[in-house]
Design a protein around this ligand. Structure first.
Ligand SMILES: Nc1nc2c(ncn2[C@@H]2O[C@H](COP(=O)(O)OP(=O)(O)OP(=O)(O)O)[C@@H](O)[C@H]2O)c(=O)[nH]1
Ligand SMILES: [Mg+2]
Length: 337
């Protein structure tokens, strides 16, 4: 009885998300982000039904674009400017922010709505700041689930802001159809510091702040970045990564940057690379979700297992070493009746 009434309310909930009710979408995202064990089951049901609904209807795929770059480079400002341009083209735009460092800082440093003043007041726009709490199992599996809900809500483009801190670009690149990397105007020496590995994730490279006092430095950076980018061996055959200058605050080069993104997407679709990346996204999502459920399982076991407490005592009294005990504990989880 409980299951069936839960099912009905979830169906209604999904209907209202599909009908564009922003509050329903926000509530669903909050549920997916919840770290409470009692919410996990309901979140799983909501997601399951949403995915069934998505695959039952024919719709053009929502395009997922990752916008990354170092802190303060102007990611939020660029998203504001690009978002306004996309609205003018008739798109419905969703902005998500993920903060790979939130597990360390415990706080949200991204998704600052005040940096997106124009965009945040527009209809056909949904902006979701990064979760302020640590999500069990990391943020990435939740972000992919949230993207599906936004797809259900009919957004045609999802822009994901993430701060670039080395390895995090790879995680984001695995979730999106196109990865845009923003660069700071800086000296040639600083440019040397940009890891080749990070550049290799980029489908489009931008140098921001091509205006005012920073314009000439930005132009120099653009020159050196152009020569570096020629060396990038992109996974899409015969693709030269476009490298452009923009000013997010002055709305300069925004249209051209979007043209570069669409050109990349067109070539990616034509060569089957888009489809290939979508499959990789699913594989990555499956992996992250499995880790998430496994962690849940482990946490539940941690609360109940007297065997675990006995093992800890054995470690503390020097009867067993940590490795032996951890292996024994993990095996016991598999072997449970
Ligand atoms: N001159 C100039 N300043 C810019 C431009 N874009 C952003 N800024 C400024 O750079 C600062 C940082 O901009 P944000 O858009 O918040 O940068 P961000 O990369 O989102 O920052 P975090 O989310 O904190 O990593 C702000 O003071 C912006 O006004 C630009 O095109 N030109
Ligand atoms: Mg920002």
């Amino acid at each position: 009885m409980k299951e069936s009434s839960d099912h009905t309310s979830i169906s209604e909930w999904i209907n209202s998300i599909e009908n564009g009710q922003i509050r329903s979408l926000s509530r669903a995202i909050t549920l997916l982000e919840s770290t409470r064990t009692e919410d996990t089951h309901r979140a799983g049901n909501l997601l399951k039904e949403s995915l069934a609904r998505l695959s039952a209807t024919e719709r053009a795929p929502t395009i997922r674009i990752g916008i990354s770059g170092p802190p303060g480079v102007g990611k939020s400002s660029y998203i504001e400017s690009l978002g306004m341009h996309l609205l003018s083209l008739g798109h419905r735009v969703c902005v998500l922010a993920i903060d790979p460092s939130s597990q360390l800082s415990g706080g949200s440093i991204l998704g600052d709505k005040t940096r997106m003043k124009r965009l945040s007041t527009q209809p056909n726009t949904f902006i979701r700041p990064s979760p302020s709490q640590q999500i069990l199992g990391g943020v990435t599996h939740a972000t992919q689930s949230i993207m599906s809900l936004c797809e259900l809500a009919g957004y045609s483009i999802i822009l994901i802001e993430t701060v670039g801190i080395g390895q995090s670009e790879g995680a984001v690149a695995d979730m999106v159809d196109c990865f845009v990397l923003l660069n700071q105007p800086g000296s040639g020496d600083e440019l040397q510091g940009i890891k080749r590995g990070v550049l290799e994730f980029a489908d489009v490279l931008l140098v921001n702040k091509m205006d005012g006092m920073t314009k000439s430095l930005a132009q120099q950076t653009l020159q050196s970045l152009r020569s570096t980018s020629q060396l990038i061996n992109h996974s899409l055959k015969n693709y030269q990564v476009p490298t452009l200058g923009v000013s997010s605050t002055q709305d300069i080069g925004i249209t051209e940057s979007w043209q570069a993104v669409t050109k990349f997407l067109e070539q990616a679709v034509a060569e089957g690379f888009f489809e290939h990346k979508r499959k990789l996204q699913q594989e990555h999502w499956f992996q992250k979700l499995s880790e998430y459920y496994w962690l849940h399982y482990l946490q539940a076991a941690r609360h109940t297992s007297s065997f675990r407490n006995a093992l800890i005592k054995e470690i503390q009294s020097g009867k067993k070493n940590v490795i032996e005990a951890a292996q024994e504990f993990s095996r016991s989880l598999f072997n449970k009746e």
